[in-house]
Structure formats: structure tokens, C-alpha cells
Design a protein around this ligand. Structure first.
Ligand SMILES: *[C@@H]1O[C@H](CO)[C@@H](O)[C@H](O)[C@H]1NC(C)=O
Ligand SMILES: *[C@@H]1O[C@H](CO)[C@@H](O)[C@H](O)[C@H]1NC(C)=O
Ligand SMILES: *[C@@H]1O[C@H](CO)[C@@H](O)[C@H](O)[C@H]1NC(C)=O
Ligand SMILES: *[C@@H]1O[C@H](CO)[C@@H](O)[C@H](O)[C@H]1NC(C)=O
Length: 397
């Protein structure tokens, strides 16, 4: 045995640890990869395209905070359950771009301010998708078929866009949707069929829009809704029938609207009375002699000169309203706060994990480097092989 052989073996080992072996599961350039779940993280690398060489069976692919501009059907040569693309510069998504991603469950396209519009069919084939993030993409309109067949979708984040119009039946395939976030848009009206089909919807956030009109049957399918936010809109009236349809409501925010408190207020006032509201704020803006009064606390005699209301039965639900300005969090009934705020306003995505299986420090900048330092299981196997050779070498020398 040559004396130099031991040193050479040592170098071989070092080489194997530092440089990934070719031919086996490789990590794309500028990415960090780690197993269980198989994760490829290529964030904040100024990438302009989806990198090639992402292992086919990756479970999570993180491409956020790059400069990717286009997503095409051939961009994705892999299957993954989680795909983060937020904070890029996506301007175009080809129809069918994601159709190879048949097991995709979570897709985050938020904070792509150049997106502006989507093609019908952009989400074609995503029948397993549970969570779709498209907040802050400056979307002004949505194609009528954009959510077709997304039967598994549970969470849809469309807040802080520029949507001004929602077509009838836009969400009609979303039978499993529980959360629909539409706040911070420019929506003006809720038509009779805009929320048709959302039979499992639990929370609907519509605050900070320009809604002035709600059809009396707009909430017809929303019998399971528990949270409805309509504050900071331009509502002067809300049909009592709409509220009766949303019979599961527990949290309602209607403040910061210019409520009319003439005869037109009667149906809503009746609903509040039957629903035995404990606290809220619905300040009257008109008529002038009622300005500053709270709609809920008008008296029977305030409607004495009005025509009789519908004799329809009013459900006696227990509902609580509270103001956003002075939220008395301690008074929140039933739901514990963590559950209540879960998924609300958590779009600050600097550190996020998919459920509980986050790798330790996976998002830690110290861990993340632009080198291709990767220890794959096959590298570990080769390492142990070389340790055996090294030991034999030692024995025989
Ligand atoms: C990305 O580009 C910016 C601006 O050109 C630069 O400051 C930054 O260092 C780049 N980041 C990487 C990881 O190359
Ligand atoms: C985004 O892409 C567009 C065109 O593709 C380009 O004009 C623009 O400068 C890009 N913005 C950023 C912030 O990179
Ligand atoms: C979606 O809803 C349908 C009908 O209610 C149900 O059969 C199906 O299992 C649900 N899918 C998921 C992924 O929850
Ligand atoms: C009300 O909503 C508008 C957008 O419609 C927003 O610009 C404004 O800041 C909101 N006001 C408050 C007090 O939140």
C-alpha cells in the first residue's frame, strides 16, 4: 500500500461531501435541497425563470422573491405538493401552466404586482389544490372560468387587488371552499348569484371595498358562514333577507358604512332585534335627524309611519357584532383567538412553514447559501463506503 493512499482517500471523502455526486438526485444550481419532506428552496436568487433540474418527486418547491416573469406549461418538469412563487414579477401565466402538477395542494402567487390579468384555464387541472394565494397581484378582473373544477379548494386569497366586478357563478365549483378573502378590492355590488355554490363557506371577508348594493338573495347558499366582514364599504342598506339566509353568522362587522336609517332600515333593524345583538356600531348617516344614532337601537316608533314589513319568519340566532375600531378581543365568543385569526392577515410570508413539518431553520439566511453544498442520502451512503475503505486501508498499512 502506497503511503499517499490514505491521504488520497481522505480527499475523496471531502470531495464527495462538498461536491454532489453526478447522476443521482441533484439539487439545481442556486438552490438548497433537503429531504423529508423533499424540499427544493431557491428563494431570493434573482432567478428569471423556473430553474431546470428540480427533482421530479420534490414535495415542496420554494421559488419566492425572485424575478420570474412567465409561467408556461413546460416550466414545471416536476410534481410537487407545495409551490411558492410569491414576490416575483410574473406577468403571464399560460393556460394549463400547472396542468402537470397533478398533486399540487398549495400554490402561492401573491405579491406579483405585474400580473394584472389571468387567462381562462390558467389553473386547469389543479383538482387537488386546497389553497390558492393571489393577494396583491393588481388583478382588475377574473375570467369567468378561472376557478372551474377546483373542487378541493378550501382557501382562496384574493385580497388587495383591484377587482371591481365578480361574475355570477365565478365560484360555483368551489364546493369545499371555507375561506374567501376579497377585502381591499373595488367591488361595488354583490349580485344574486355571485356566491352561488359556496355551501361550505365559513368566512367571507369583503371589507375595504366599495360595495353599495347587496342583492337580497346574495347569501342564499351561505348557510354555513360564521364570519362576515362588510365594514368600510358604502352600504346604506342591507336586505334583512340576506342576513336571514346567512343563518350561521356569529361574527359580523358592518361598521364604517353610511347607513340610512329611514324606513329602508327596517328589515335590517328587525333582523338585529330578533338576532338579539349585544354590541355593535352601525352609525346612521341619514336622515339628518338620526345622524349619529345606532341603527340597531332605533325604536319601534321610529318606523311608525313606514309601510308594514314582510311577515316572513325571522330566525332567532344569537349573533354578536363588534367594531373594528375598538375590537374588544376579550369579548370574542366561542372561537378561541388563535383559531379566529388563523389565516387572517398572515400574508407576511417571510417565514412560513407548511403545516408542522418545517425543517429546522430552513428559512434561516445563515443556512441558505448560494453554493451547491448538499448532502443527499446517496452521498451519505458513498461516505460510509469510503469510511470502510479508509478503515481497511488503515488495517492493511
Ligand atoms: C439580486 O440583485 C440585486 C440587485 O441587482 C443585488 O443587489 C443582489 O445582490 C442580487 N442577489 C443575488 C443573490 O444575487
Ligand atoms: C418586471 O417585468 C417587466 C417586463 O417583463 C419589466 O419591464 C419590469 O422592469 C420588471 N420589474 C422588476 C421589478 O423587475
Ligand atoms: C369536496 O366536496 C365534495 C362534495 O361535498 C366531497 O365529495 C369531496 O370529498 C370534497 N373534497 C375534498 C378534497 O375535500
Ligand atoms: C377603507 O377602504 C379603503 C379602500 O376601499 C382604504 O383605502 C381605506 O384605508 C379604508 N379605511 C380604513 C379606515 O381602513
Amino acid at each position: 500500500w502506497l503511503p499517499g493512499l490514505r491521504g488520497l482517500t481522505l480527499w475523496l471523502i471531502l470531495w464527495l461531501v462538498v461536491v454532489k455526486p453526478g447522476g443521482v438526485t441533484a439539487c439545481p444550481k442556486l438552490c438548497v435541497c433537503y429531504p423529508t419532506p423533499m424540499t427544493v428552496s431557491c428563494q431570493s436568487q434573482n432567478l428569471t425563470i423556473v430553474p431546470a433540474g428540480v427533482p421530479y418527486d420534490s414535495q415542496r418547491v420554494f421559488l419566492q422573491n425572485n424575478r420570474i416573469t412567465e409561467l408556461r406549461a413546460d416550466s414545471f418538469g416536476f410534481e410537487t405538493q407545495v409551490l411558492w412563487l410569491y414576490g416575483n414579477n410574473i406577468t403571464w401565466i399560460e393556460a394549463g401552466a400547472f396542468s402537470n402538477l397533478r398533486v399540487l395542494e398549495e400554490l402561492d402567487l401573491g405579491d406579483n404586482p405585474s400580473l394584472r390579468h389571468l387567462e381562462g384555464g390558467a389553473f386547469r387541472g389543479l383538482e387537488k389544490l386546497q389553497s390558492l394565494h393571489m393577494h396583491r397581484c393588481r388583478l382588475a378582473t377574473l375570467p369567468h372560468d378561472i376557478f372551474h373544477k377546483l373542487y378541493s379548494l378550501q382557501f382562496l386569497y384574493l385580497q388587495e387587488n383591484q377587482l371591481h366586478f365578480l361574475q355570477d357563478d365565478l365560484f360555483s365549483d368551489l364546493v369545499n371552499l371555507t375561506h374567501l378573502f376579497l377585502h381591499g378590492n373595488r367591488i361595488r355590488a354583490l349580485s344574486e348569484n355571485v356566491f352561488r355554490g359556496l355551501v361550505n363557506l365559513d368566512r367571507l371577508l369583503l371589507h375595504d371595498n366599495r360595495i353599495r348594493q347587496v342583492n337580497r338573495r346574495a347569501f342564499r347558499d351561505l348557510g354555513r358562514l360564521t364570519i362576515l366582514y362588510l365594514f368600510n364599504n358604502t352600504l346604506a342598506e342591507l336586505p334583512g333577507q340576506a342576513m336571514r339566509d346567512a343563518q350561521g353568522i356569529q361574527f359580523l362587522r358592518l361598521n364604517a358604512n353610511p347607513w340610512s336609517c329611514g324606513c329602508e332600515a327596517r328589515p335590517l333593524w328587525e333582523w338585529f332585534r330578533k338576532a338579539r345583538i349585544s354590541s355593535s356600531e352601525l352609525m346612521c348617516t341619514s336622515p339628518s335627524q338620526r345622524r349619529g344614532q345606532d341603527l340597531r337601537f332605533l325604536r319601534e316608533m321610529d318606523f311608525a309611519l313606514c309601510p308594514m314589513p314582510d311577515p316572513g319568519s325571522l330566525a332567532g340566532t344569537t349573533t354578536t357584532t363588534f367594531s373594528t375600531k375598538t375590537p374588544d378581543e376579550a369579548a370574542l365568543p366561542k372561537l378561541d383567538q388563535e383559531e379566529y385569526w388563523a389565516n387572517y392577515g398572515n400574508e407576511d410570508s417571510s417565514i412560513r412553514c407548511y403545516e408542522l413539518d418545517c425543517a429546522p431553520n430552513y428559512d434561516n439566511p445563515a443556512f441558505h447559501s448560494s453554493s451547491s453544498l448538499t448532502v443527499t442520502p446517496s452521498a451519505l451512503r458513498l461516505l460510509s463506503l469510503y469510511i470502510v475503505i479508509f478503515s481497511l486501508n488503515f488495517l492493511f498499512s
